[in-house]
Unconditional design. Structure first.
Length: 164
């Protein structure tokens, strides 16, 4: 009986791990000295980021994804600067949006910054475009940057864009 129970727990754990692999980055992941990435943060995670020295939040969610969101209020209430760069799914992964994020990051290069979308996939995609087009990295190096920042299903699109 105990062995069967343990087997069920192991199976459930495997299912949960597999589900999480597709959920994206669920808590802030530090990718450089002052840059963190993640999927959509909770109000508590935003407050915790601020309490731990966070100064800037860049939100890449589309307008549609922002319905009923009070993120801007939570961010500013916690004393952080808030930027919203709407990236509408794969179609919003553009040079223009990569440049916009680049400008915000450069303006705040001395601050602790959190960049997020729903899963960090779009964050990674824009960071890969930034690395390739604006920082002059090779396609493979830029893709590696994108993956480090959370890019998953947008990899083929980004690779195609960088290869043109």
């Amino acid at each position: 009986m105990v062995k069967a129970f343990v087997n069920v727990l192991v199976l459930m754990s495997a299912v949960l791990v597999s589900m999480n692999a597709h959920a994206g980055i669920e808590s802030p992941k530090q990718v450089s000295d002052n840059l963190w990435v993640m999927g959509t943060p909770s109000d508590a995670q935003l407050s915790e980021f601020a309490n731990n020295g966070g100064e800037v939040v860049i939100n890449l969610l589309s307008q549609k994804e922002m319905t009923d969101s009070n993120e801007a209020a939570v961010v500013t209430k916690n004393g952080m600067a808030y930027y919203h760069v709407p990236v509408n799914g794969a179609g919003g992964v553009t040079l223009e949006n990569a440049r916009m994020v680049d400008r915000i990051l450069l303006k705040n290069s001395d601050k602790n910054v959190l960049v997020h979308c729903a899963s960090s996939n779009r964050v990674g995609a824009l960071m890969a475009l930034r690395a390739g087009w604006l920082d002059g990295m090779s396609v493979d190096e830029a893709i590696a940057v994108g993956k480090e920042h959370g890019m998953t299903s947008l990899e083929a699109k980004v690779k195609g864009m960088l290869s043109q």
